[in-house]
Ligand binder design. Structure first.
Ligand code: HEC
Length: 193
């Protein structure tokens, strides 16, 4: 009996191992697919084309926002990230940038310009996805209006950031980074489990 119990136990462990392996790879595929879809949406938005169809397709394909929002993670974690080789986490970097200790020098502006514009563009695209009713219903049934407002704040902060970076104005960049980052943390603290 003892031996049999051990075999059952080992089999259960193996089963669990295989299960988590497949779960992991499905997850990664989903994140990859979401990242491709978000980048395509950014491209279409930049061209000023009609993006409704793309947003509808994304909303239909992804039941959760996690794989979509994953683009903010560093590249080595499967996101897009920012900085050299995407080593930095966009969410953390933008959060720090708005803080009182962060000095936004002309050199930093020059170094980060493209990355910050990209972060703004990604955020506009993700806000346009997150504002869809399906996600509001999934995550914010109790207060749909609040959810929608956070997606508006996110869009506005992203627009401000893009404009500020283009004007190379350090104070405006810090202010826009603060506003954009606030939209993330506000929504997360209310609606992310
Ligand atoms: C309107 C609400 C809302 C806004 C605004 C929002 N998020 Fe999220 N975010 C969520 C929710 C909800 C989840 C959890 C999704 C899940 O687990 O299914 C999430 C998940 C994430 C994740 C996935 C990993 C994790 O930590 O859970 C990252 C990264 C992320 N958000 C970054 C951001 C950043 C950066 C911004 C702002 C630029 C932002 N989000 C703005 C609602 C929001």
């Amino acid at each position: 009996m003892k031996r049999r119990a051990a075999i059952t136990f080992t089999a259960a462990l193996l089963g669990l191992g295989f299960w988590s392996l497949t779960a992991l790879s499905a997850d990664d595929d989903e994140k990859k697919a979401a990242q491709e879809a978000v980048l395509k949406l950014v491209e279409a938005m930049n061209k000023g084309g009609d993006v409704k169809g793309q947003i509808a397709a994304i909303t239909q394909k992804f039941d959760e926002l996690e794989p979509i929002m994953w683009v903010y993670k560093p590249k080595k974690k499967g996101g897009i990230g920012m900085g050299p080789n995407g080593v930095d986490d966009i969410e953390l970097t933008i959060g720090k940038m708005g803080g009182p200790k962060y000095k936004m020098t002309p050199k930093k502006i020059a170094d980060l310009k493209d990355d910050l514009i990209r972060a703004g563009e990604l955020s506009k695209a993700i806000a346009a996805i997150a504002e869809q009713d399906k996600y509001a219903q999934n995550y914010a049934k109790k207060d749909l209006a609040k959810w929608k407002n956070y997606t508006k704040d996110m869009k506005k902060g992203a627009d401000e950031l893009i404009q500020a970076v283009k004007s190379e104005n350090a104070d405006k960049i810090k202010k826009a980074a603060t506003n954009l980052s606030k939209s993330c943390t506000d929504c997360h603290s209310d609606f992310r489990e």
